[in-house]
Design a protein around this ligand. Structure first.
Ligand SMILES: [Zn+2]
Length: 291
Protein backbone atom coordinates (compact mmCIF):
# COMPACT_ATOMS: atom_id res chain seq x y z
CA UNK A 1 0.00 0.00 0.00
CA UNK A 2 2.72 2.39 0.96
CA UNK A 3 4.92 1.86 -2.04
CA UNK A 4 2.45 2.83 -4.79
CA UNK A 5 1.51 5.90 -2.76
CA UNK A 6 5.17 6.87 -2.51
CA UNK A 7 5.68 6.32 -6.21
CA UNK A 8 2.64 8.42 -6.96
CA UNK A 9 3.99 11.14 -4.72
CA UNK A 10 7.35 11.00 -6.51
CA UNK A 11 5.66 11.19 -9.88
CA UNK A 12 3.56 14.13 -8.75
CA UNK A 13 6.65 15.84 -7.38
CA UNK A 14 8.50 15.37 -10.66
CA UNK A 15 5.52 16.73 -12.56
CA UNK A 16 5.27 19.73 -10.27
CA UNK A 17 8.98 20.41 -10.41
CA UNK A 18 9.12 20.18 -14.18
CA UNK A 19 6.09 22.45 -14.63
CA UNK A 20 7.59 24.92 -12.15
CA UNK A 21 10.89 24.97 -13.98
CA UNK A 22 9.06 25.45 -17.27
CA UNK A 23 7.13 28.42 -15.90
CA UNK A 24 9.99 30.09 -14.03
CA UNK A 25 12.55 32.22 -15.79
CA UNK A 26 16.15 31.21 -15.08
CA UNK A 27 17.77 33.83 -12.93
CA UNK A 28 14.51 35.67 -12.28
CA UNK A 29 14.15 34.47 -8.68
CA UNK A 30 17.45 35.85 -7.39
CA UNK A 31 17.15 38.98 -9.54
CA UNK A 32 13.63 39.66 -8.26
CA UNK A 33 14.71 39.00 -4.66
CA UNK A 34 17.43 41.65 -4.98
CA UNK A 35 15.11 44.11 -6.71
CA UNK A 36 12.41 43.52 -4.08
CA UNK A 37 14.86 44.41 -1.30
CA UNK A 38 15.68 47.69 -3.01
CA UNK A 39 12.23 48.73 -4.27
CA UNK A 40 9.55 48.60 -1.59
CA UNK A 41 6.74 48.66 -4.14
CA UNK A 42 8.00 45.60 -6.05
CA UNK A 43 7.52 42.41 -3.96
CA UNK A 44 9.72 39.56 -5.29
CA UNK A 45 6.74 37.27 -5.97
CA UNK A 46 5.05 39.95 -8.04
CA UNK A 47 8.30 40.69 -9.91
CA UNK A 48 8.60 36.97 -10.72
CA UNK A 49 5.04 36.85 -12.02
CA UNK A 50 5.81 39.50 -14.65
CA UNK A 51 7.55 37.09 -17.02
CA UNK A 52 10.78 39.04 -17.38
CA UNK A 53 13.36 37.32 -19.56
CA UNK A 54 17.14 37.64 -19.21
CA UNK A 55 19.29 38.87 -22.07
CA UNK A 56 22.33 36.83 -23.11
CA UNK A 57 24.79 39.25 -21.50
CA UNK A 58 25.18 40.54 -17.96
CA UNK A 59 25.88 43.89 -16.37
CA UNK A 60 29.49 44.69 -15.46
CA UNK A 61 28.83 43.42 -11.91
CA UNK A 62 27.16 40.26 -13.19
CA UNK A 63 23.49 41.17 -12.73
CA UNK A 64 20.93 39.87 -15.23
CA UNK A 65 19.65 42.33 -17.83
CA UNK A 66 15.92 41.65 -17.93
CA UNK A 67 13.15 42.57 -20.33
CA UNK A 68 9.55 41.68 -21.07
CA UNK A 69 8.14 41.53 -24.56
CA UNK A 70 4.40 42.09 -24.70
CA UNK A 71 2.84 41.49 -28.13
CA UNK A 72 -0.46 43.16 -29.04
CA UNK A 73 -3.78 41.36 -28.59
CA UNK A 74 -4.77 39.82 -31.93
CA UNK A 75 -8.45 40.74 -31.67
CA UNK A 76 -7.60 44.36 -31.00
CA UNK A 77 -5.73 44.55 -34.28
CA UNK A 78 -8.54 42.80 -36.15
CA UNK A 79 -11.14 45.19 -34.73
CA UNK A 80 -9.54 48.16 -36.37
CA UNK A 81 -11.14 47.50 -39.75
CA UNK A 82 -8.32 47.43 -42.22
CA UNK A 83 -5.46 45.33 -40.98
CA UNK A 84 -2.43 47.43 -40.10
CA UNK A 85 1.00 46.42 -41.32
CA UNK A 86 2.10 45.99 -37.73
CA UNK A 87 1.18 47.22 -34.29
CA UNK A 88 2.86 50.36 -32.99
CA UNK A 89 5.97 49.38 -31.07
CA UNK A 90 6.80 51.03 -27.78
CA UNK A 91 10.02 50.49 -25.86
CA UNK A 92 9.80 51.55 -22.22
CA UNK A 93 12.96 51.88 -20.15
CA UNK A 94 13.31 52.55 -16.42
CA UNK A 95 16.27 52.84 -14.08
CA UNK A 96 19.01 53.81 -16.54
CA UNK A 97 20.23 55.96 -13.63
CA UNK A 98 20.41 53.61 -10.68
CA UNK A 99 19.73 56.18 -7.95
CA UNK A 100 16.41 57.21 -9.52
CA UNK A 101 14.49 54.44 -7.78
CA UNK A 102 11.02 55.62 -8.75
CA UNK A 103 11.95 55.44 -12.44
CA UNK A 104 12.22 51.66 -12.09
CA UNK A 105 9.32 51.26 -9.63
CA UNK A 106 6.84 53.02 -11.89
CA UNK A 107 7.82 50.89 -14.89
CA UNK A 108 7.16 47.78 -12.79
CA UNK A 109 3.77 49.31 -11.93
CA UNK A 110 2.97 50.07 -15.56
CA UNK A 111 4.06 46.55 -16.58
CA UNK A 112 1.09 45.29 -14.58
CA UNK A 113 -1.21 47.50 -16.61
CA UNK A 114 -0.18 46.18 -20.03
CA UNK A 115 -3.04 43.68 -19.93
CA UNK A 116 -5.59 46.47 -19.88
CA UNK A 117 -7.74 47.64 -22.80
CA UNK A 118 -5.99 50.37 -24.72
CA UNK A 119 -2.41 49.28 -24.10
CA UNK A 120 -3.14 45.86 -25.68
CA UNK A 121 -3.25 47.38 -29.16
CA UNK A 122 0.46 48.17 -28.94
CA UNK A 123 3.53 45.93 -29.01
CA UNK A 124 5.64 46.65 -25.92
CA UNK A 125 9.22 45.88 -25.02
CA UNK A 126 9.79 46.83 -21.42
CA UNK A 127 13.08 47.14 -19.54
CA UNK A 128 12.27 48.14 -15.95
CA UNK A 129 15.89 48.26 -14.75
CA UNK A 130 18.38 49.28 -17.44
CA UNK A 131 21.17 49.77 -14.89
CA UNK A 132 20.92 46.98 -12.28
CA UNK A 133 24.47 47.67 -11.04
CA UNK A 134 23.50 51.22 -10.10
CA UNK A 135 20.13 50.32 -8.59
CA UNK A 136 21.52 47.43 -6.53
CA UNK A 137 24.67 49.26 -5.35
CA UNK A 138 24.87 50.26 -1.70
CA UNK A 139 23.87 53.05 -1.69
CA UNK A 140 22.20 53.17 -5.13
CA UNK A 141 24.24 55.12 -7.65
CA UNK A 142 23.57 56.92 -10.92
CA UNK A 143 26.41 55.22 -12.82
CA UNK A 144 26.92 51.55 -13.67
CA UNK A 145 29.40 49.15 -12.06
CA UNK A 146 32.33 50.74 -13.90
CA UNK A 147 31.37 54.29 -13.03
CA UNK A 148 29.87 55.21 -16.40
CA UNK A 149 26.75 57.35 -16.86
CA UNK A 150 24.92 55.09 -19.32
CA UNK A 151 22.80 58.00 -20.51
CA UNK A 152 25.98 59.66 -21.84
CA UNK A 153 27.42 56.51 -23.46
CA UNK A 154 25.21 56.17 -26.57
CA UNK A 155 26.94 56.60 -29.96
CA UNK A 156 25.74 60.04 -31.01
CA UNK A 157 27.74 61.50 -33.92
CA UNK A 158 29.05 64.26 -31.63
CA UNK A 159 30.33 61.77 -29.02
CA UNK A 160 33.95 61.64 -30.19
CA UNK A 161 34.33 65.40 -30.42
CA UNK A 162 32.10 66.54 -27.55
CA UNK A 163 31.42 63.93 -24.85
CA UNK A 164 34.64 64.33 -22.87
CA UNK A 165 34.88 68.07 -23.50
CA UNK A 166 31.30 68.51 -22.24
CA UNK A 167 32.04 66.35 -19.20
CA UNK A 168 35.17 68.37 -18.37
CA UNK A 169 33.79 71.86 -18.99
CA UNK A 170 30.10 71.67 -18.18
CA UNK A 171 30.17 69.16 -15.31
CA UNK A 172 33.66 69.86 -13.98
CA UNK A 173 34.45 66.15 -14.43
CA UNK A 174 31.56 65.11 -12.20
CA UNK A 175 32.15 61.35 -11.67
CA UNK A 176 28.39 60.83 -11.72
CA UNK A 177 28.33 62.02 -15.33
CA UNK A 178 31.38 60.26 -16.78
CA UNK A 179 30.43 59.27 -20.36
CA UNK A 180 32.85 56.30 -20.57
CA UNK A 181 36.19 55.86 -22.30
CA UNK A 182 34.39 55.57 -25.62
CA UNK A 183 30.83 55.45 -26.90
CA UNK A 184 29.12 52.07 -26.40
CA UNK A 185 31.86 50.93 -24.03
CA UNK A 186 29.37 49.42 -21.56
CA UNK A 187 27.46 46.11 -21.77
CA UNK A 188 24.24 47.83 -20.69
CA UNK A 189 24.32 50.42 -23.50
CA UNK A 190 25.37 47.73 -26.02
CA UNK A 191 22.36 45.70 -24.93
CA UNK A 192 19.96 48.66 -25.11
CA UNK A 193 21.19 49.57 -28.59
CA UNK A 194 20.82 45.94 -29.75
CA UNK A 195 17.26 45.84 -28.43
CA UNK A 196 16.47 49.10 -30.24
CA UNK A 197 17.94 47.69 -33.47
CA UNK A 198 16.07 44.39 -33.09
CA UNK A 199 12.74 45.80 -31.99
CA UNK A 200 12.73 48.97 -34.11
CA UNK A 201 10.42 50.87 -31.76
CA UNK A 202 8.16 53.62 -33.08
CA UNK A 203 8.59 55.43 -29.79
CA UNK A 204 10.90 55.07 -26.79
CA UNK A 205 9.75 56.06 -23.31
CA UNK A 206 12.63 56.58 -20.90
CA UNK A 207 11.83 57.26 -17.26
CA UNK A 208 13.99 59.34 -14.94
CA UNK A 209 13.69 61.50 -11.79
CA UNK A 210 13.65 64.03 -10.07
CA UNK A 211 13.04 67.07 -12.31
CA UNK A 212 9.25 66.70 -12.50
CA UNK A 213 8.96 67.49 -16.19
CA UNK A 214 8.47 65.91 -19.57
CA UNK A 215 11.16 66.11 -22.24
CA UNK A 216 10.91 65.10 -25.84
CA UNK A 217 13.22 64.52 -28.79
CA UNK A 218 12.13 63.33 -32.20
CA UNK A 219 9.97 63.88 -35.23
CA UNK A 220 6.37 63.52 -33.92
CA UNK A 221 4.20 66.34 -32.58
CA UNK A 222 5.57 67.00 -29.11
CA UNK A 223 3.49 66.18 -26.04
CA UNK A 224 2.45 69.08 -23.78
CA UNK A 225 1.79 67.33 -20.50
CA UNK A 226 1.35 63.87 -18.99
CA UNK A 227 -0.44 64.08 -15.63
CA UNK A 228 1.13 67.04 -13.84
CA UNK A 229 4.38 66.77 -15.83
CA UNK A 230 4.67 69.58 -18.35
CA UNK A 231 6.94 69.72 -21.37
CA UNK A 232 10.20 71.48 -20.57
CA UNK A 233 13.00 70.78 -23.00
CA UNK A 234 16.17 70.11 -21.04
CA UNK A 235 18.44 70.31 -24.06
CA UNK A 236 20.51 67.52 -25.50
CA UNK A 237 23.73 65.96 -24.26
CA UNK A 238 26.42 64.07 -26.16
CA UNK A 239 25.74 60.36 -25.70
CA UNK A 240 22.22 60.61 -24.24
CA UNK A 241 19.45 58.25 -25.33
CA UNK A 242 17.24 61.19 -26.33
CA UNK A 243 20.03 62.59 -28.50
CA UNK A 244 20.84 59.17 -29.99
CA UNK A 245 17.26 58.05 -30.67
CA UNK A 246 15.32 61.27 -31.07
CA UNK A 247 17.81 63.43 -32.92
CA UNK A 248 19.96 60.98 -34.87
CA UNK A 249 17.71 57.95 -35.42
CA UNK A 250 14.58 60.02 -36.06
CA UNK A 251 12.73 57.99 -33.46
CA UNK A 252 10.50 59.78 -30.93
CA UNK A 253 11.99 59.59 -27.43
CA UNK A 254 9.83 60.70 -24.51
CA UNK A 255 11.72 61.37 -21.30
CA UNK A 256 9.50 61.27 -18.24
CA UNK A 257 11.16 62.97 -15.27
CA UNK A 258 9.23 62.05 -12.13
CA UNK A 259 9.27 64.70 -9.39
CA UNK A 260 11.00 62.58 -6.74
CA UNK A 261 13.68 59.88 -7.03
CA UNK A 262 12.61 57.95 -3.93
CA UNK A 263 8.90 58.73 -3.35
CA UNK A 264 6.44 57.46 -5.94
CA UNK A 265 3.82 59.79 -7.42
CA UNK A 266 0.31 59.22 -6.02
CA UNK A 267 -1.70 56.34 -7.46
CA UNK A 268 -3.87 58.89 -9.23
CA UNK A 269 -0.85 60.62 -10.79
CA UNK A 270 0.68 57.27 -11.89
CA UNK A 271 -2.57 56.61 -13.74
CA UNK A 272 -2.81 60.14 -15.17
CA UNK A 273 0.73 60.00 -16.62
CA UNK A 274 0.01 56.58 -18.10
CA UNK A 275 -3.34 57.55 -19.63
CA UNK A 276 -2.01 60.80 -21.10
CA UNK A 277 0.98 58.96 -22.55
CA UNK A 278 -1.20 56.33 -24.24
CA UNK A 279 -3.45 59.06 -25.65
CA UNK A 280 -0.44 60.95 -27.05
CA UNK A 281 0.98 57.77 -28.60
CA UNK A 282 -2.37 56.83 -30.12
CA UNK A 283 -2.83 60.28 -31.66
CA UNK A 284 0.71 61.07 -32.73
CA UNK A 285 2.59 57.82 -33.29
CA UNK A 286 0.05 55.02 -33.83
CA UNK A 287 -1.71 56.65 -36.77
CA UNK A 288 1.53 56.93 -38.67
CA UNK A 289 2.54 53.31 -38.10
CA UNK A 290 -0.85 51.76 -38.92
CA UNK A 291 -1.96 53.79 -41.93
ZN1 LIG B 1 18.20 60.27 -14.88
Amino acid sequence: MRRPALLLLCALNTLLLSSTSLAATPGAASWCAAIGKRLGSVPPAECQSLGLQPAAGLSTRGHALMLRDFPPAAQKLAQRGKAPARATRIMMIGGIHGDELTSASIVFRWLRWLNEGESRQFHWRVIPVANPDGLLANPPQRVNGRGVDLNRNFPTPDWGSDAHAYWAKKTNKDPRRFPGEKAMSEPETQWLREEIERFRPDVVVSVHAPFGILDYDGPAHQPRRFGHLKLNRLGIYPGSLGNYGGVHKNMPVITIELPNATAMPSAREQRAIWDDMLTWIRRNVARKTTS
